[in-house]
Write a protein that binds this ligand. Structure first.
Ligand SMILES: Nc1ncnc2c1ncn2[C@@H]1O[C@H](COP(=O)(O)OP(=O)(O)OP(=O)(O)O)[C@@H](O)[C@H]1O
Ligand SMILES: [Mg+2]
Length: 379
């Protein structure tokens, strides 16, 4: 089968580029029994990084994705499903562990039905039990089974901010902390994209998860790593390197956002056929993509009010600091208070972020390119 060098989903194997430092930190944390929180904006490569790191380690793991959760009950169901999968995976003969769990649950407050369907373990909590206690007891059960087997395992909860959004006061965060702060065999990796919700969950002194994890914030992949990667794939495809001008154009348009790098490169590679791509191939592919995504982006921007849109347009056109200066106020025709409020909201909703030097930038290069296309003049 041909390797997909520019996947739009999880990047693995040969399609995974760099992140050496981050993988090292993740592996080191797991070895030292330190829980980890991985934060980055949408589609920067959080899931790929964690899954790649886990594959590198010789350790049992399970990934629970809370993206599909809608309330605390579905969060509970997803977590329980993950625990059952992990229990089944670490036990080649599930009956062995069922006996152990049965004797363990005798002392629990809530009732559980524990059985096996031959291959996997069944773990059913009593109806109407509260999600926090059920999660706590099930995780504790997992830790005990791991301890008995003297085996370590990783529980990776992806899109963890959903607990903060859907079930903040439900006690689930406290339940996880209760197990995580004592566990010796069960190791946690959390990952999520909304910096503000996650900060509220992990950095707030009064939050149960305060100071529980080491943190990995992932950024865009460095230019030199992408150059080496594109060179490798170009040589495999055309037996030649890409022109520097072509790689520069790819970087300029995608701003090295991992998802858009893969989208654009996939199109460029497909459209080029037998010939080496040119700057024109790159620009045409990107313009076609903007056109294709136009209505989606327009719909996304519909939720913003006029001053938020004006600010985004200004940032797209390169006004990245002094947004509340006299000059900007005159241009935007909105008050300084409205600009400050809009910027706060755009930041909270991950439309914009700040470089270390304090300048704002638009996180999603497709939104930026579409804004420039929709509004070629600033105002
Ligand atoms: N190290 C990498 N090398 C090459 N491509 C990568 C890398 N990491 C991520 N990608 C690509 O970036 C895109 C996003 O990856 P991934 O789904 O892992 O990100 P994410 O941050 O978990 O996204 P989401 O916010 O949607 O959960 C995918 O197209 C993936 O193939
Ligand atoms: Mg993900």
């Amino acid at each position: 089968m041909r390797t997909n060098y520019f996947p739009l989903g999880i990047a693995k194997g040969e399609a995974f580029c760099n992140r050496v430092q981050e993988r090292k930190q993740l592996i080191n944390n797991t070895e030292k029994n330190r829980h980890t929180l991985v934060i980055a904006p949408r589609r920067y490569g959080k899931s790929s990084l964690v899954l790649c790191g886990l594959e590198e380690m010789d350790i049992s793991y399970e990934r629970v994705d809370l993206f599909v959760a809608v309330n605390s009950k579905t969060i509970e169901e997803q977590i329980l499903k993950g625990i059952k999968n992990l229990l089944t995976r670490i036990n080649t003969v599930p009956e062995q562990v069922v006996g152990f769990i049965r004797s363990y649950i005798k002392d629990l407050k809530s009732r559980w039905i524990v059985g096996t369907d031959g291959v996997s373990i069944e773990l059913i909590p009593e109806k109407d039990g509260d999600s926090a206690s059920i999660i706590m007891e099930a995780l504790q059960m997992l830790e005990n089974v791991l301890a008995k087997k003297n085996k370590k395992a990783v529980f990776f909860i992806d899109e963890f901010q959903e607990i903060g959004v859907l079930a903040h006061a439900s006690g689930i965060e406290g339940a996880i902390r209760h197990v995580a702060q004592e566990s010796e065999y069960l190791h946690f990796i959390f990952s999520g994209s909304n910096r503000h919700i996650l900060a509220n969950m992990f950095d707030n002194r009064s939050s149960p998860l305060y100071m529980l994890c080491d943190r990995i914030s992932i950024d865009r992949i460095h230019e030199k790593d992408y150059i080496a990667y594109l060179d490798k794939v170009a040589k495999k495809t055309w037996k030649k390197s890409l022109d520097k001008a072509v790689t520069d154009e790819i970087f300029k348009l995608t701003e090295r956002h991992p998802y858009y790098m893969n989208v654009l490169c996939d199109k460029v590679w497909t459209n080029s056929g037998e010939k080496l791509p040119t700057i024109k191939t790159v620009r045409t592919a990107w313009d076609d993509y903007i056109l294709q995504e136009e209505s989606k982006i327009a719909k996304d921007l519909e939720s913003l009010n006029t001053s938020q849109k004006k600010i985004l347009i200004a940032i797209a056109h390169g006004v990245s600091d002094k947004l509340t200066s006299k000059y900007s106020l005159g241009k935007f025709k909105v008050t300084s208070a409205a600009i400050t409020k809009s910027l706060k909201l755009l930041d909270e909703q991950d439309y914009v972020s700040k470089y270390k030097n304090g300048e704002y930038f638009i996180i999603d290069p497709l939104i930026k390119a579409s804004l420039i296309k929709f509004y070629p003049q600033m105002f």
